[in-house]
Design a protein around this ligand. Structure first.
Ligand code: BG6
Length: 369
């Protein structure tokens, strides 16, 4: 049932093009118009929402952080992302005008379940983005938008993460459509970019030999850092989490702009640092800012592994290794840039002889608080 792969995780990494494809399926009509009828939630309510709070744990929370950039940009609704267990016990301000979005692969994470119960008691409406039909979180939510990643077996989440981002983006576009924040052709443009993602993800997977070999060879590394900005920041956090979870390596993700405020002190010769670089075609100064961050760490001896858009010439002088991903708008890049980080962690854990699917001390879904 592993389909010829060494582990479920490896299989699930390869399932990602279809996880994204299937999550988009049936949600656009023939004209490319977004139809989320399955939400079955009062549209006037969605129009009146004045705050969104995304609640999740672990990898799902990083999907929430990615989605926040898109939702705020598209819908102009203040959006917070919070770990469910922190949200639940800090007396959060939520009311009838708050839309809570719960992200959960299993739909059984007790921390997330307790948080949505609490939010609903305060009058908030909850939309669940889950991968497991009929599980507890969707059952206790006001509305559901399922991800269609298929069952995820490996403890460390991969395809559910990409599917969660996809579904949360659909929700963001739907809200923007409903509230008139975007023109139909702008929404159509993002949707067609989204529809092109499965093929691009496949390209990343097909070209993964180098990153795989790096994972295998770097087995004796003691610490790996990950840097990113904007949506690349949660991608960096996710890259670090994967390495901790399955390769048991000390790994940390940072916002690249935060480097000079502290983490740069960690850079010494040979320190391995992954850097997620946004599209050089983006309209803001993001790209050049990240390139100078790479320059700064490289000057201090870091070994830089740079994930960048194909044809991005600016990064080459400061990169020990360049891992190219197909061109995409920066907001969609997490669907591509995360994949090499997953493959790296998986290859390293395998090379070290660890059980990739059942890492020590972890459970697939944590059903206690
Ligand atoms: C953790 C899992 O315990 O729970 C992670 O090991 C997962 O992989 C997290 O991201 C949240 O789980 P779920 O099912 O709510 O998405």
């Amino acid at each position: 049932e592993k389909g010829g792969f060494n582990s479920f995780m490896e299989k699930e990494i390869h399932d990602q093009p279809s996880a994204v494809h299937d999550t988009l399926l049936g949600r656009l009509d023939e004209t490319g118009h977004l139809t989320l009828d399955e939400l079955r939630i009062d549209e006037s309510l969605l129009r009146s929402v004045d705050k969104i709070v995304v609640i999740a744990c672990g990898t799902a929370a990083y999907a929430g952080h990615v989605a926040r950039y898109a939702i705020e940009h598209w819908c102009r609704i203040p959006t917070e992302v919070e770990l469910a267990h922190e949200f639940r016990y800090r007396d959060p301000i939520v009311n009838e005008k708050t839309l809570v979005v719960a992200l959960s692969q299993s739909g059984e994470t007790m921390d997330t379940l307790m948080a949505i119960r609490h939010a609903r008691e305060q009058g908030a409406k909850v939309i669940a983005i889950c991968n497991t039909n009929g599980s507890s979180i969707p059952r206790e939510s006001d509305a559901n938008l399922y991800t269609h990643a298929g069952p995820e077996i490996a403890v460390a989440s991969t395809k559910a993460f990409l599917a969660q981002i996809t579904a949360a983006y659909l929700l963001g576009l739907y809200l923007a459509q409903l509230r008139g924040n975007m023109f139909a052709d702008e929404i159509g443009e993002v949707l067609s970019e989204l529809q092109a993602m499965p093929e691009k993800i496949q390209t990343v997977i097909d070209g993964a030999d180098e990153i795989k070999a790096m994972g295998t060879e770097m087995g004796d590394t003691e610490s790996v850092l990950f840097l990113g900005r904007h949506v690349g920041f949660p991608v960096a956090l996710e890259g670090a989490l994967k390495l901790k979870e399955i390769a048991y390596i000390h790994a940390e993700g940072f916002a690249a702009g935060e480097l000079k405020h502290g983490p740069i002190a960690l850079i010494e010769p040979g320190q391995k640092v992954f850097v997620v670089v946004p599209s050089p075609r983006g309209r803001n100064a993001l790209h050049s800012k990240v390139v100078s961050n790479i320059q700064e760490i490289r000057a201090r001896g870091a070994e830089t592994i740079v994930i960048a858009e194909e044809g991005d010439e600016a990064v080459a002088p400061y990169a020990n290794h360049v891992i190219s991903v197909p061109a995409s708008p920066t907001l969609l890049q997490p669907l591509l840039a995360t994949v090499p980080l997953q493959i790296f962690a998986c290859a390293m854990a395998e090379a070290k002889g660890y059980d990739v699917d059942q890492p020590r001390n972890l459970a697939k879904s944590v059903t206690v608080e």
